[in-house]
Write a new protein. Structure first.
Length: 181
């Protein structure tokens, strides 16, 4: 059972990844991407009453690392991965708004820690509601997943080949963390 109290989280205790998909007439050319956020930190608060639990996480939008790309006509090269990182930093406005932050406002969790946490995601100085689904994985390890719609934050999804290849508007955010027992 996870210990009550506030627990720091970050790359030392878990992972934070973004999963993108492609759409358009030229989807064969592009890749579905798994992108790791390398610099992030936060706090998970575990209350005696699960509803009193919460999450507060900040992530550096310029700290993205392309882990893999599936699909596509050819594997991603190191140059492709660098180009993706540069495009992502530009699209996310990492120079003007270097931090994305999620702060929980309510939790609907069962005794094992599974359920949902709702809060506010601030990205590019725009704040929107976000609901995360929390799944216990055993041994005090938890997965939180949610969907971010880029256009809701003023982000125009990346496109190429005159729009024939586009990044889907919805991006899946997935965090896995291990909390102290």
């Amino acid at each position: 059972m996870t210990a009550q109290g506030s627990h720091p989280i970050g790359p030392d205790s878990g992972s934070l990844v973004l999963r993108t998909t492609r759409q358009g007439l030229a989807t064969k050319v592009g890749h579905d991407l798994t992108i790791e956020v390398t610099r992030w930190s936060g706090t998970v608060t575990v209350g005696a009453d699960p509803a009193a639990s919460g999450i507060d996480v900040s992530a550096e939008t310029g700290s993205l690392n392309v882990l893999r790309g599936t699909g596509g006509l050819k594997p991603l090269s190191d140059g492709d991965k660098q180009e993706i990182r540069n495009n992502a930093a530009k699209v996310l406005g990492a120079d003007r708004s270097p931090t994305a932050r999620f702060v929980a406002t309510s939790a609907d969790l069962d005794a094992d820690g599974g359920g949902t946490v709702t809060g506010t995601l601030t990205l590019r100085d725009v704040s929107r509601d976000l609901t995360l689904t929390i799944t216990p994985l055993g041994d005090n390890r938890f997965r939180a997943t949610g969907t971010v719609v880029q256009t809701e934050f003023g982000i125009k999804p990346y496109s190429a080949f005159l729009g024939a290849l586009k990044l889907a508007d919805k991006v899946t955010v997935e965090a896995e963390v291990t909390l102290p027992g």
